[in-house]
Design a protein around this ligand. Structure first.
Ligand SMILES: C[S@@+](CC[C@H](N)C(=O)[O-])C[C@H]1O[C@@H](n2cnc3c(N)ncnc32)[C@H](O)[C@@H]1O
Length: 469
């Protein structure tokens, strides 16, 4: 960034519209200015944090006019916590902006003929909608400017979320509006217990300390899984913590812990210990049960996941005699959800433990027409696989944010399934893949679905049909 631009204040910038990733856009001196923490209709002074030849980025330092679409954020951590950045925008408008984001990405990146982008399917619950939260223990509590200036001595132990872009600073959360049930009580009471008993909170920079991480997973059926990650192997203290949780919260149906002395918080490669209850929780959807182990992915907004899967199933419009490939199947949720309307469903997924869960999920629901395979999609979906399996009539694909590997897209073009239902949590990479699929496919339906109210994230489902001529 040119020195001239850094920290320059652009005054009275009119915020015009939302751009990607929740930032808003204004114009100054013929350049686009991306600003975070504002709303279309605001007029602000902006401090420039990044300046390039064609655009600038900045943050608001003074407001001259507030947008009429603003509402009061409900959370005391708003503005510091990176979690729900759109609390200041009313929900109807959030849905409008999400639809607009999908349209923008498809026009800008896919550059193909589009049907009408349907209005965003909103989430019934716009607070307490998440079934999984991940809290970090730290001995480097984030302090506000006022707290620092007060020169008071603050206890620096914290349990909460990472401050955006500051990996070792943790905001000490006292109420989070994202997860209901006993989530807030478990976090707060565990923190108090740890402080009273002088148990050490993790030092992220130096990688020492007993209490490292807390994961709480809940289900719509009222079950709760709690996983505590310990950064040190100290059996006495571990028992003390786990006994406290077991006795204080009999509602916990699955209580586990893991000792993690690695450099990162992931525990896919570590063994978890079930301290009390079962090693899994169970979610239910349309009478189907889905077993969720501590390492399994499950859509984080359970109720809206049902709406999402219904959209995917409607787009697939199965009659009962089709072979369906469910790519990036996770624990086989979509595969099992559509199985009774198909002849056969073949699910493919990277994580072996998830594929084991997918098989169990078919078994416990008496579903016999599913097959599941574990492996990297670009390797597993090869000529041999195609020779050994029936050709798909419908492909449902739900890749991670990065979208599909180009090799996978090429294989889809080679497979020539009459219908492809593409579910995505990142319309930009979805649009990139669609640009390639356009060689043989038309986009005929587009339905944005809001899985994450109060954030700029949008899930998008599209139906592609194979061109006949
Ligand atoms: C967005 S999730 C979809 C899960 C599932 N469809 C559902 O609704 O629960 C994406 C899944 O893709 C899997 N995945 C990521 N990269 C992969 C790859 N290269 N090959 C196969 N699966 C992959 C992840 O493990 C994850 O389960």
């Amino acid at each position: 960034m040119s020195r001239k631009m850094k920290n320059k204040i652009v005054t009275n910038l009119q915020i015009e519209r939302i751009a990607s990733e929740g930032k808003c856009v204004g114009h100054h001196d013929g350049k686009v200015v991306f600003v975070s923490g504002v709303a279309p209709g605001d007029v602000v002074d902006v401090r420039i944090t990044k300046g390039k030849s064609s655009f600038m980025e900045g943050e608001p330092v003074a407001f001259h006019q507030y947008s009429k679409d603003r509402i009061d954020p409900f959370c005391s951590h708003f503005g510091t916590c990176g979690g729900c950045k759109w609390q200041h925008i009313n929900y109807d408008l959030q849905k409008t902006y999400k639809r607009q984001q999908v349209l923008d990405q498809f026009q800008r990146i896919a550059k193909v003929a589009l049907p009408e982008v349907l209005p965003t399917l909103g989430s019934e619950q716009i607070q307490y909608y998440r079934n999984k939260l991940d809290f970090t223990f730290s001995n480097k509590k984030w302090l506000t400017l006022e707290q620092i200036r007060s020169e008071e001595d603050f206890d620096r132990n914290a349990l909460g979320f990472h401050i955006p872009k500051m990996f070792d600073k943790i905001i000490d959360v006292d109420h989070c509006y994202l997860q209901g049930g006993i989530s807030n009580d478990v976090r707060n009471e565990l923190r108090s217990f740890a402080l009273e008993n002088k148990l050490s909170f993790y030092d992220i920079r130096n990688q020492v300390g007993l209490l490292r991480n807390l994961i709480i997973r809940t289900t719509s059926t009222g079950q709760t899984m709690v996983i505590v990650q310990f950064g040190e192997s100290d059996p006495e203290s571990i028992d003390q913590v786990m006994d406290f949780l077991k006795n204080r919260f009999p509602e916990i149906t699955s209580l586990l812990y893991v000792i993690n002395t690695k450099g990162n918080e992931t525990f896919h490669d570590l063994e978890l210990v079930t301290f009390a209850g079962l090693p899994y929780i169970e979610e239910e959807m349309e009478g189907l049960k889905f077993r969720i182990g501590p390492k399994s992915f499950y859509q984080t907004n359970s109720e809206q996941a049902y709406e999402l899967y219904k959209v995917a199933r409607n787009f697939a419009s199965l009659k009962g005699d089709e072979v369906v490939y469910d790519l990036y199947t996770g624990t086989g949720t979509i595969a099992n959800f559509v199985a009774k309307k198909a002849k056969q469903v073949i699910g493919v997924e990277y994580v072996e433990a998830a594929i084991e869960d997918a098989k169990i999920n078919s078994q416990i629901n008496g579903i016999e027409n599913t097959l599941f395979y574990a492996g990297d999609m670009k390797d597993i979906l090869n000529e041999e696989f195609i020779q050994n399996h029936a050709a798909p009539d419908v492909i449902i694909t739900d890749p991670p944010r990065a979208g599909m590997d180009e090799k996978v897209v090429q294989m889809l073009l080679r497979l020539e399934a009459p219908k492809v239902v593409y579910v995505s949590c990142n319309p930009a990479t979805q649009a990139r893949d669609v640009a390639l699929l356009a060689e043989k496919y038309d986009v005929v339906k587009i339905q944005p679905v809001d899985m994450f109210p109060q954030t700029y994230h949008v899930e998008n489902v599209i139906l592609l049909t194979k061109r006949t001529s």
